[in-house]
Ligand binder design. Structure first.
Ligand SMILES: Cc1cc2nc3c(=O)[nH]c(=O)nc-3n(C[C@H](O)[C@H](O)[C@H](O)COP(=O)(O)OP(=O)(O)OC[C@H]3O[C@@H](n4cnc5c(N)ncnc54)[C@H](O)[C@@H]3O)c2cc1C
Length: 561
């Protein structure tokens, strides 16, 4: 018998919609201002930036969502002691639901900056409110309500790109099939859209975008807005992966003004991990996106500003001074000023040029071989691509766990790139077959699960196909450091950022780059450990160094808050 799936509103209703005690409301009065609304008046409208979190003092407010274009469905009716708001109110972004007064309503309106102050000042109450805000967002993500509507076929590459972007940024959305959904057909007719212009996106504010880029979509739905060019931040963090978010949380909680920029989504590589099993404190594992969403919300609670997606393309000192401030140039021609900069732009694992690799990345493609992967592939055949020492170590380990390892090497010999002892060890393993001058030519599978791998060897025109469900890639990582060209930040031979004692003959602080006041953490840093926990540790560690730098007497720039 099929188990009926329950919505979060059914399973977590009490936590989603708590009622505050009279004494609690009195305590938080100082964070807000009372306002009156007439019957039928809007407290909030989808797509508009709302006034803030609204605690209902008297009267009733209907919260509705757009579950289909043009149709409103009631989510809940708030009465006295209940509050209206979700994560958008924490960041001051456009509202995802409508809120209308049933009759006369008195409400305490708490602006986003005051809400953040409340969450920090009122630990227990703050925890209850924060949990409700997060659960309400999860509820909206379940239905897709309040976000943009994408019209296009599920398998279309641009639809996948736009859906992936919204999902990674924790933003609700709906998708309509242009061939089968009457609402989709109505939109296509109304806006005179040719089939070649699909997908289209209808934003909550009513604007129509034709196959937009991520930045265009983000601007339309209010995910990212213009940055104040006159503001001088204590620290600007480039990259919202685990390293950047850790810096944001610690620097924000310690009173520094922080802006985090990321060109794609929060979470970085970790956000793409289907399950992180080795992060301290999560014995049953946690999906990368869940872990990173917590960090993202936590940083915003401490007043950190986020500009995502916004790409940094250059870093320069604002003046002749060696100690900053700095100017960061963005790809949209905006500029950001900072007293100090933390480079947390991470790295990308190199990927072979195989057409549909991305479709299998979360479950069947692995970038390292730990006991976890060993267990996952136990008794099966696996393929591994690479010829360096990390590839060699992975082959030796996997051979002890799996039925067979097919090692695909692009070049003519292993000796050129792998240590002798590993080459010898691999030769002695009966369940490893080394294929020289071999390259993957195709991947087959369904629903993200690999079912077969095809490859070609040498000049042979014939293709080999094997039923293999796990592919290991050890062909190196490339740092995201192109944007540092001309910045004076020293890089190692592979393009990773040099810091501290690795900079010969310098007196730099730990994690400080060759430019005073510019720091590097996480995967982008030369000789760092490429793990979530290591990135988070460096993100926390750098904050102490930032304080020391900002407090130094030779760095007497007054921050404008
Ligand atoms: C599929 C996968 C699964 C993984 N699973 C695990 C695991 O289970 N356990 C584990 O410990 N590690 C895991 N890792 C490794 C781990 O995710 C990384 O070590 C970690 O994410 C590094 O964090 P980071 O913040 O330094 O960099 P990243 O996570 O790479 O984040 C860097 C961020 O910077 C942004 N950025 C880059 N250039 C710019 C620019 N010019 N302007 C603005 N933004 C920019 C990027 O968009 C990105 O969001 C996994 C990696 C992958 C790819």
């Amino acid at each position: 018998m099929a188990v009926p799936t329950q919505s979060i509103i059914e399973t977590r209703r009490v936590q989603m919609f708590p009622t505050l005690e009279r004494a609690e409301i009195e305590r938080v009065r100082r964070f807000g201002e009372a306002r009156s609304y007439g019957a039928g008046e809007a407290l909030a409208k989808v797509g508009e930036v709302g006034a803030g979190l609204s605690i209902i003092l008297a009267g009733k407010v209907d919260i509705t969502q757009h579950d289909e274009p043009g149709r409103r469905a009631l989510i809940v009716t708030h009465g006295p002691g209940e509050f209206m708001g979700e994560l958008a109110q924490l960041a001051g972004r456009p509202v995802l639901v409508d809120a209308y007064a049933q009759g006369p309503v008195e409400a305490l309106i708490i602006r986003p900056d005051r809400l953040r102050a409340l969450l920090v000042a009122e630990a227990e109450l703050g925890e209850r409110i924060m949990r409700a805000l997060i659960l309400r967002r999860v509820g909206l993500l379940e239905t897709g309500a309040g976000g943009p509507v994408i019209v296009g076929r599920a398998e279309n590459g641009d639809v996948l790109r736009l859906e992936g972007f919204l999902r990674r940024n924790g933003h609700p959305h709906q998708r309509l099939n242009p061939e089968t959904d009457p609402e989709a057909k109505a939109l296509i007719e109304r806006f005179h859209v040719d089939p070649g212009q699909l997908p289209i996106v209808l934003c909550p504010g009513g604007q129509l975008l034709r196959n937009p880029g991520e930045v265009e979509l983000a601007r339309c739905i209010g995910l990212v807005g213009p940055i104040d060019p006159n503001r001088l931040y204590d620290v600007v963090v480039v990259g919202a992966g685990p390293a950047g978010l850790a810096t944001a949380v610690y620097a924000g909680s310690e009173g520094l003004s922080v802006l985090v920029l990321d060109c794609r989504a929060f979470g970085g590589q970790a956000g793409a991990s289907a399950r992180i099993e080795n992060y301290l404190g999560f014995p049953t594992g946690i999906t990368g996106i869940a872990l990173m969403a917590r960090a993202y919300n936590q940083a915003q609670k401490f007043g950190v500003e986020m500009a995502i997606p916004d790409e940094v393309i250059g870093l320069q000192p604002a003046s002749e001074s060696d100690t900053g401030p700095f100017v960061l140039q963005l790809s949209n021609n905006e500029r950001v000023s900072a007293r100090s900069v933390v480079i947390a732009s991470g790295a990308r694992y190199r990927r072979p040029a195989v057409e549909n690799l991305e479709a299998f990345e979360s479950t069947s493609v692995h970038y390292w071989a730990s006991p976890l992967e060993g267990k996952l592939c136990s008794g099966q055949e696996v393929a591994l691509v690479g010829a360096g020492n990390s590839a060699g170590q992975a082959v030796v380990y996997l051979a002890s766990q799996v039925a067979k390892v097919w090692l695909l090497v692009r070049g003519p010999s292993l000796e050129a790139s792998m240590s002798r002892y590993l080459v010898d060890r691999i030769k002695g393993l009966s369940n490893v077959e080394v294929l020289m001058q071999a390259q993957i030519s195709g991947l087959e599978g369904h629903d993200g699960m690999l079912e077969a791998i095809r490859w070609r060897q040498g000049t042979s025109a014939s293709e080999v196909r094997r039923p293999i469900r796990h592919l290991f890639l050890f062909i190196g990582a490339e740092p995201n450091t192109n944007w540092l060209s001309g910045s004076g930040v020293a890089l190692d031979a592979k393009g990773f950022v040099l810091t501290g004692a690795d900079l010969t003959g310098s007196d730099r602080r730990p994690l400080e780059t060759s430019r005073r006041g510019v720091f590097a953490i996480g995967d982008v840093r030369s000789s760092s450990i490429k793990r979530v926990a290591a990135a988070v540790g460096e993100g926390a560690q750098v904050v102490a160094t930032l304080h020391a730098f900002l407090a130094a007497p030779d760095h007497a720039v007054i921050a404008q808050r």
